[in-house]
Structure formats: structure tokens, C-alpha cells
Design a protein around this ligand. Sequence first.
Ligand SMILES: NC(=O)c1ccc[n+]([C@@H]2O[C@H](COP(=O)([O-])OP(=O)(O)OC[C@H]3O[C@@H](n4cnc5c(N)ncnc54)[C@H](OP(=O)(O)O)[C@@H]3O)[C@@H](O)[C@H]2O)c1
Ligand SMILES: [Zn+2]
Length: 344
Amino acid sequence: MKAAVYTAHGGPEVIRLQEVPAPQVGSTDVLVRVRAVALNHLDLWLRRGLPRLRLTFPHIAGADVAGVVAGVGSAVTTAEVGQEVVVAPGVSCGLCAACLAGEDNRCARYSILGEHRPGGLAEFVAVPEANILPKPASLTFEEAAAVPLVFLTAWNMLVTNAHVGLADTVLLWGAGSGVGSAGLQIAKLFGARVLAVVGAQWKADRARALGADAVIQHRQQNVLEEVRRLTDRRGVDIVFDHVGAATWETSLKALARGGRLVTCGATSGAEAATDIRYIYGRRLAIFGTWMGTKRELHQVMALVGQGRLRPVVHAVLPLEQLAQAEEILERSDHFGKLVLRVAV
Ligand SMILES: NC(=O)c1ccc[n+]([C@@H]2O[C@H](COP(=O)([O-])OP(=O)(O)OC[C@H]3O[C@@H](n4cnc5c(N)ncnc54)[C@H](OP(=O)(O)O)[C@@H]3O)[C@@H](O)[C@H]2O)c1
Ligand SMILES: [Zn+2]
């Protein structure tokens, strides 16, 4: 099959379109013909390399897949050839205490499509039957591929961990990021007031159109001062952070008493200083999110199917232009998701 692969760790020059063996389909697996696959910042980390990451090359990345069932293993009972599907990006053992409790993202064998196993930047991908969800009929394949990983993560951060609600004001970093464009909508769905942070004027307009109550431009404004001004010096109830080192101190200081900081990433660096007095003095809580459970993804997909949450697609490019798409993501010239079209 045709796949867009990383031939080694490095810059966009390590990306190649080449023939690779088609995936093996186990008895409980479903073979999906990929129609569209969305990029995540994760794909950039995988291409560049991380300290404890061991990949075998050529590596197929791509965690977010929408496509059509092309084959099923002998023990599969719920998926049918020809069915239009979305793939849950987290694969777990299905048998351990965490999995049986529905906490599959806490499974010791949890893996992400395209990270620890071949991903969707290819004509075909094989995944366990439990990872198959019907594609909402109202969405194109490109829109459907833009949903799973970021909406799942943002839901786990805001709903499961921070218990976002009507009375909350949320400071949301990176409103134009994949995870931020999902988080902004989820916070609004639960009636919260959202102060969205972006790095460009055109993104401010997009954030407002998506429902932001106020927008702060981190390159031009002092975010902490703006938060204090916009909250009458009280601070916010929830901070949605995935930027890391560059934002951590501001995130902590922006919280009101009893505030919750939810984090899923460290795009700008992983080491930051914490003034511990803020944590006890203001009775703060800090939550870490690693993806979310399959149940949460089913909830999210239902809301997307109803049109109450909607995928934000920045651009759709052919698979052949993976390098160009990754360059857009690397420059942060996007608002929402970059999607690759694999087949029509
Ligand atoms: N734990 C998990 O399960 C999980 C799930 C999803 C994502 N993540 C992580 O979350 C992060 C975001 O992922 P993504 O795919 O949504 O990324 P993305 O679409 O590439 O967005 C990155 C965002 O970071 C913002 N940013 C970068 N440096 C900044 C700074 N110094 N100050 C303020 N904002 C800054 C950019 O905003 P501007 O360009 O507008 O400034 C941009 O919106 C990544 O680190 C990813 O690995 C983790
Ligand atoms: Zn398990």
C-alpha cells in the first residue's frame, strides 16, 4: 500500500511517499481504508524524536482516521465491510482492571495510533474492533478525521477533570490549536465564559467566531494583566494549558481561589518553576490529561453528530503534501486541524 512515512527522525525532509506492506489483520481487528487523516502536534514530536521514544523506520504516523471498513477479522461481530467509520486513536488491552473499569487511557498497555503502532498516513490501517465508531452521516470524511484526538483530550480536561460549568470563567491558551479549538467549543457548550489566547489578529477573529467571550493576544498583551482586567482582579476558575514552560507561571497566577489548572502538553518546553504558595494559598488543583476514555469519545461523537460541537478544519491537503501540512503546523499558521485526504 501507499504510505507517507518518516524515514528517520529529522525535519520535513525525512518524509517520503512510498510503498509499504499492508497491515496484518488479527482475528479481532478491523481493516480500514483511510479516506482522511488529521495531523496533531504529536506527529511533529514523533518526526523530530523524543528522549524515550523508540521508533522503527519507516514509521507511519497519524492518529486521527476516518474511512471505510475494508475487511474484518474472523472474530469481529460489530463492524461490516463498507461501513463508514471513525477510529478511536487510543488502543488498550481491554482486559486489565483499568480497561474493565472503562478507564482505558490508564491501561499499562495504552498506545496511540501512529505513535506505538502504525498510524493512518497510509491507504490502510488495522485497529481493534473496539476502536471503531460509526462516522456521523452529517460529516465529510475530512471533518470526521478532525474530531477524535483533540475533542477527546479537551473533553477529558474540561468536563471530566475540571468539571466545567455555567459559573466558570476559563482561560484557554492556544485557541487556534487543535486541542484549543475543541476546548473552546466544549467550554461554551457547558455555558462557561471563555477568555481565549491567540498569537495573531486573524486567529482572534476566528476565536471570537467560535464563541470566545474575550480574546487576548499573547504577542502584544500581558496575558496576566488582561485576565485581571477582564475578571475584576478575581482571576479565572479554570486554565486550559498545553503550552507548558512559556505559560505555566501565568497559568498558576491567573487562577482565582479554588481554581483548577488542567494540562495536557508542553509544546514550548517541559520544565517550569512553580511557586508552591499559590497552590495552597489559593487552594488550587492541578490535573493532567492523557487522551481520554472510549466512553468519552462516544459522548463527543454523539454531540458532533448532533451539530453541537463541530470540527474546525483549517485546510485539507492531499497525502502527497504531508511535508507542507507539517510545515504549516510547525509555523502555527493554522486555526484548527490540518487534514490529509488519502483517497476519494
Ligand atoms: N496529553 C494528551 O493527551 C494530548 C492530546 C492532544 C495534544 N497534546 C499536546 O498539546 C499540545 C497542543 O497540541 P495540538 O495538536 O493542539 O497543537 P497545535 O495545533 O500545533 O497548536 C499549538 C499551539 O500552541 C500555541 N503556542 C505555542 N507557543 C506558545 C506560547 N509561547 N504562548 C502561547 N501559545 C503558544 C500556538 O498558538 P499561537 O501560534 O497562536 O501563539 C498554537 O495554538 C501539544 O504539545 C500536544 O503534544 C496532548
Ligand atoms: Zn488494559
